[in-house]
Design a binder for this molecule. Structure first.
Ligand code: UGA
Length: 436
């Protein structure tokens, strides 16, 4: 067992649980704190709060060997000398990040210990937060208990465990070299670049990374608009530009746009941070607008083919915000389905990992009248169009002949460009992708 003892605040959230399970696997005695007793009960009975490849095995192994423990008693974190803060920072209506959970977590840690610890913030927080928290602790006479360190996470849902083991870089922001050193040595694999810098640099690196990824997606989606009109194929264009090492091939897949719990929220928060210093984030605002346009583009394509959508039957394939996750709450699929409902279309949805609204964390009333089926062929049955919104491997492998045979009208609008236009032509399916 390793010398340091680890605590994790928000230990049942996406980042917190991956962090806790991987640190326990590295040999640290790890205590994961969370207030969600329902999730905790489920987990202790072997039910994971969300699906993430490779995570169940890790959690179960460390629970069994005693290195990982879950608790809702904050006092249990007292022996931890490093506490990772992994709580949510959701968007407020202004676009700013809501920091209440972060402040509450740090204060709880500080007030419930007699000794000192490092509070290492993994949550994505606006630039200045670590400094403001340090001041807050000082004003509340808690600085003896906690030293703030910023250490943003770069884990992607669906490959979070692999990303933990193989990070591209580790970024640590602190005021003191020894705090940065202590945080960095906890999990940085040998040979991985470690950037030790100020709190502000560390916090801004995280936002700039996510905003740049979002910008790449909106950039290729904008080129896709022209590509589609002039008879070009955006997939060939992406390959052609991505082979330039200065550009690289990643995040150049055109489609329905980005969604999920991070890119959009962080983009909004970054735009709000510009507003706070009376500067306009021209590029970032355009990135956001282009992304909104991609969602509307799906509806326009259906309208162009089918006319008014009132009474038209649409089968939507894919509710998760991307393949490899069962996260639906911040998915682009929700606003698109809601838009279809507002136009009085009759909607059936399907997703391989989310078999019903409850499983996706949605209330029954959120998508009124929507039929939820697990089989894609069933979801396509009798439909005027199928709309593909998530790039699941299962969809790439669909038997298109069978799909067509069950549809009322053979129209596929594909927000993920999963298929070959020529194959569709041969099958006499009207196929509309993005930028192709
Ligand atoms: C993102 C970042 O990639 C992580 O590095 C970061 O740690 C994480 O946010 C976070 O801040 O916690 P994630 O939101 O899990 O990770 O998912 P991504 O793989 O970035 O995908 C985001 C969205 O972009 C998805 O809807 C995906 O389908 C879409 N996308 C991605 C495209 O439309 N085109 C692409 O070429 C790539």
């Amino acid at each position: 067992m390793k010398e340091n003892k680890i605590g994790v605040m928000g230990g049942l959230g996406h980042i917190g649980l991956i962090q806790a399970a991987c640190l326990a696997k590295l040999g640290y005695k790890t205590t994961a704190y969370d207030i969600d007793l329902g999730r905790m009960k489920g987990l202790l009975q072997g039910r994971m709060p969300f699906q993430e490849p490779g995570l169940t095995e890790l959690v179960m192994e460390s629970l069994n060997n005693g290195l990982l423990k879950f608790t809702s008693r904050i006092k249990d974190l007292e022996e931890a000398d490093i506490v990772f803060i992994c709580v949510g920072t959701p968007s407020l209506s202004s676009g700013e990040a809501d920091l209440s959970q972060v402040y509450s977590a740090v204060e709880k840690v500080a007030r419930n210990r007699s000794n000192h610890c490092l509070a290492v913030v993994k949550s994505t927080v606006p630039v200045g937060t670590s400094r403001n928290l340090t001041q807050y602790l000082k004003e509340h006479k808690l600085s003896e208990k906690v030293t703030m360190v910023s250490n943003p996470e770069f884990l992607r849902e669906g490959s979070g465990v692999t990303d933990f083991w193989e990070p591209a870089r580790i970024v640590v922001g602190s005021e003191a070299e020894e705090s940065a050193e202590k945080a960095a040595q906890i999990y940085a694999p040998p040979g991985v670049p470690v950037i030790k810098s100020s709190w502000e640099n560390s916090e801004l690196i995280k936002y700039a990374s996510n905003a740049f990824l979002a910008a790449k997606i909106s950039f290729i989606n904008e080129i896709a608009l022209l590509s589609e009109k002039v008879g070009a194929d955006i997939r060939v264009i992406s390959r052609g530009i991505g082979l330039d090492p200065r550009i690289n091939p990643f995040f150049l897949e055109a489609g329905v746009g980005f969604s999920g719990p991070c890119l959009e929220k962080d983009l909004k928060s970054l735009i709000a941070q510009f507003q706070k210093v009376q500067r306009k984030a021209n590029i970032l605002e355009s990135v956001f607008l282009v992304n909104e346009g991609q969602r509307k583009g799906m509806i326009h394509k259906l309208q162009e083919e089918l006319g008014p959508l009132k009474g038209k039957r649409i089968g939507v394939l894919g509710m998760a915000f991307k393949e490899g996750t069962d996260d639906v709450r911040q998915s682009h699929s929700l606003p698109i389905v809601k838009h279809l409902l507002s136009l009085e279309a009759v909607v059936t949805v399907s997703d391989p990992w989310i078999k019903n609204p409850e499983q996706g964390g949605l209330s029954k009333s959120e998508l009124p009248g929507v039929e939820w089926l697990s089989c894609p062929y069933e979801a396509a049955k009798g439909k005027d169009a199928v709309l593909i919104l998530t790039a699941w491997q299962e969809y790439r492998e669909l038997n298109l002949q069978k799909l067509k045979a069950s549809m009322r009208n053979p129209l596929i609008v594909d927000g993920r460009n999963l298929f070959n236009v020529k194959d569709m032509e041969a099958l006499k399916i009207k196929y509309l992708g993005v930028g192709i």
